[in-house]
Structures are given as C-alpha cells and as structure tokens.
Design a protein around this ligand. Structure first.
Ligand code: ZN
Length: 299
C-alpha cells in the first residue's frame, strides 16, 4: 500500500513539472548525441522540403560526415558554424534553434548553411579538442600565424566556404558573453579597414542579448589560427564570433535564454551584412606576434 501511494505521488510530481522542463533538459545537449543532431536536421528538412535540405560538408578524420542544413534559395550565401570546441554544447543548441527558424522562415535573398557541430569527435566525447588538437587554432592566419590545416574538419569547412562563395559567417562558441570581430591574432594592429561596419554589425547582433561587442583580441584574448581571421584574410568574409552565455555547462533554462536572445540577433546580422565580400581583406598592419601570443582563456 505504502509503495503504491509513493508511486502515485511520484507520477503526480512528474506530471506537475512544466512540460518544457524535461524536453529542455534533454535539449541542453548533455544527452544529445551527434546522431540525434543529424536526426533533428533531417526532420527539419522533411517538414520544410522546399526551404531546407541536409547537405554534406565533408568527412572528418574519424570517418564521420559533417553536415549542414541548407536553408533558402537566394543568391547570397552565408554560413553559421557551431561547436568548433566539442564541449560547447550550448552553441549547438543555438545553431539548431536557428536552423529551425530559418527552415520555417528563410531569409529573403539568401541561402544560409547551418553547421550545428563541426568538431564531431569532440562533441560526442564532450571535449574541447579534436584528436588532441584545437580546431579553432588550425587555420592559417595573417603573418603565418596558426594552422596549417591538420584536421580534415577544418579543411572541409575551408573548402566549403570557398565552393559556396560564402559572404558572411557567424561562428558560435561558449562563453563570455560577447560578439567579436577580426583581427583576433597576436598583433598590435587590430583594426581591419571595416572597423566601423564591424561594430555596427556586432551591435545589430546583440540587440536582444546585450552582449559586449568589440575587437576579438581586445575583448577576449589573442588567438592565432582562428577561423574568423582566416575567413576574413583569405576571402573577405564578414566574420563574427559569438561567445554565447556565461558557462560551458549551461543549464536547460540558460540554454533556452541563449536561444531566445541570439537567434534574432544572428538573423539580423545575416540580414544586415553586406551582400558582397569585403574588397580589402589583406592584413595591412605590421606582423609582430610578440603581443599576447598566448591564450589566456579557453572559450
Ligand atoms: Zn570555443
């Protein structure tokens, strides 16, 4: 009898929990595997076949396919990439929420690719690195800093942004919170020719979140070999890096908040970004890597 009552009480308790709580707990990412991320994308494509398709970006070093959701059919191609760092599952959750938003309501005139997980091995193991390497120090940067490509994942992304003629990109990480722009490597000359425009774009991206905006090196730390500098210096791609939220291990409600304040901001950035790549994208400063070459934090 006692046992039956406690069972009844137990079911009452679980039914009285808000319905979104248990879903959000799963959606916090601690339980979501890469296979489930792929299933989520496939389901979005199935629900909105004219607006969304799953595309292959390339194979990683352990034979797993990195996938993106392609949304919209417009002539300007942009990209959003989450989880260079495998432990930053909050960024994958924001990318999936963005993918859902774009599949439901594509941005006029654009094709936007969303890669929820770049570092598949690290994501499944909840580790920052991929095969013992930091993917976001793996890109050849200005002044010979960073890289060279030693991971198939980063090379696959580099080939993809070249093939698709990507114009603007957002990369998603945790945590600071901040939205930053090039240059981010260890240099004294931090400003691109487009510093004012970058500030405007970062401010547009943070209307809801209120995150700090600034030059990457100044606001966070110098990082040699990051994707954002590579995309800018190699192609003139307008590149913002989002350091989402305030933790590498956000709670379910923190993940919900990250989604609510960042999906509209990322959409606004993509909408307001120039529709052509930056013309003057070479690094024009002095190559002097003596300044703050070391990483102070790991975000
Ligand atoms: Zn990161």
């Amino acid at each position: 009898m006692k046992k039956q009552w406690s069972l009844v009480l137990l079911s009452l308790v679980s039914f009285s929990l808000p319905a979104h709580h248990s879903q959000a707990a799963n959606a916090s990412g601690s339980n979501r595997t890469y296979a489930e991320v792929q299933a989520f994308l496939a389901n979005l494509a199935k629900k909105s076949p004219s607006a969304a398709q799953v595309v292959n970006v390339g194979m990683n070093d352990t034979g797993q396919m990195i996938q993106a959701l392609k949304t919209g059919n417009g002539p300007v191609a942009n990209i959003v990439v989450a989880t260079h760092h495998g432990n930053e599952y909050g960024s994958t959750e924001v990318a999936l929420a963005l993918a859902e938003s774009l599949a439901t309501s594509p941005i006029t005139g654009q094709t936007v690719y969303v890669i929820p997980v770049l570092n598949v091995s690290g994501y499944n193991q909840k580790q920052r690195q991929e095969l013992g390497q930091d993917p976001n120090r793996n890109y050849p940067g200005p002044c010979g800093t960073g890289g060279p490509f030693t991971l198939k994942s980063t090379k696959a992304l580099a080939d993809f942004i070249a093939q698709k003629n990507i114009v603007a990109s957002a990369t998603l990480h945790t945590h600071s919170p901040a939205v930053v722009y090039p240059w981010g490597f260890s240099t004294h000359d931090l400003e691109t020719r487009y510093n004012g425009l970058y500030i405007d774009l970062a401010k547009a991206a943070t209307v809801e979140s209120g995150y700090d905006v600034g030059n990457s090196r100044d606001l966070l730390y110098a990082a040699d070999g990051c994707y954002e500098d590579y995309a800018m210096v190699e192609h003139g791609i307008w590149s913002l890096l989002f350091e989402l939220g305030t933790s590498h291990s956000p709670t379910a409600s923190a993940v919900e908040h990250m989604k609510q304040v960042n999906v509209p901001g990322i959409r606004r950035f993509l909408t307001q970004a120039p529709t052509k790549r930056a013309e003057h994208h070479a690094f024009e400063g002095k190559c002097d890597t003596t300044r703050d070459g070391q990483r102070r934090r790991e975000d």
